[in-house]
Write a protein that binds this ligand. Structure first.
Ligand code: ADP
Length: 262
């Protein structure tokens, strides 16, 4: 608790007592800690690729450049680390504009069936390269709603890409789309590595990953799910995750199919 106090006087201008305000600062302290943790995370995430870029360029300048094969290999690492930093900065900028409500939503009447089909098509090759089956399953021909189609596509791409990333070769990924009580329900189900129960509640936190090394190796920033949640919530929808460790994961996105609210 934080205490603020001041004396107060009566009508004869004589001291009559003290007013004391006790403020519960646990909430504020929590926010402060979260902010500190976030800054520490960002610094760490940016420093890791920078350290790697720096050490490879130094080795190149120290003579590794003479060995063409080695030089090429080093430059590939530098290139991919620079890509990682680009992805991270892009995600951070998007999160910050979502936080400050600076996103200009381009919501229009759109067909959810088209958005989901389109997203699945875009990652078909990625699944194929891992010999996985990726299926789109729906009875619906069209599901009109009011969305920012690029942002919703971004969410679905992110979730399906996660399913592909965290499922081993020859695994199965299914994307279901159905309509229930004027809600579009998208379910992405995989039979991959799954998530331990205790990690599930924290998945939407920024930079939270079950296995940091693995996520980095796969090119992840650890920000995808928190961005996805903000986008879905900006459409008055919800997103949740069910998972069985070692068995598979299911991500459920619910989006209201309401008409444009004028
Ligand atoms: P990342 O960039 O690390 O993939 P996300 O925010 O998209 O970040 O996801 C956070 C974490 O959730 C991942 O690091 C991973 O541990 C876990 N995760 C997400 N989707 C799946 C999935 N389909 N199967 C298993 N783990 C998953």
């Amino acid at each position: 608790y934080q205490a603020n106090y001041a004396p107060f006087k009566d009508e004869k201008d004589e001291k009559a007592g003290i007013v004391m305000v006790l403020q519960d600062i646990t909430e504020r302290q929590k926010l402060d800690n979260m902010r500190k943790e976030f800054v520490a995370n960002v610094s760490h995430e940016l420093k890791t690729p920078l350290t790697s870029i720096k050490s490879y360029t130094e080795t190149l300048l120290d003579g590794a450049l003479e060995n063409k094969e080695m030089a090429e290999q080093f430059l590939k690492v530098v290139d991919s680390e620079a890509d990682r930093m680009t992805r991270l900065v892009r995600d951070l900028l998007q999160l910050s504009s979502l936080d400050y409500k600076q996103v200009k939503w381009n919501k229009k009447d759109y067909d959810l069936v088209k958005i989901v089909k389109n997203s699945v098509m875009k990652v078909e090759m990625t699944a194929k390269n891992k010999s996985q089956t990726l299926e789109y399953i729906s009875q619906e021909d069209s599901m009109p709603g009011y969305f920012d189609s690029d942002r919703i596509e971004q969410v679905i791409l992110n979730i399906v890409s996660n399913a592909i990333k965290y499922t081993p070769e020859e695994g199965q990924i299914k994307v279901f789309l159905e309509c229930k009580e004027n809600q579009g329900i998208i379910r992405v189900v995989d039979n991959g590595m799954g998530i331990p129960k205790e990690d599930i509640p924290r998945l939407f936190e920024r930079f939270y990953r079950v296995d940091k090394a693995r996520s980095r190796e796969m090119g992840g920033t650890g920000l995808g799910l928190s961005i996805a949640r903000q986008i879905v919530e900006a459409h008055n929808g919800s997103i949740r995750i069910d998972s069985e460790y070692g068995e598979g994961t299911e991500v459920i996105i619910q989006l209201p199919l309401e008409e444009k609210v004028v």
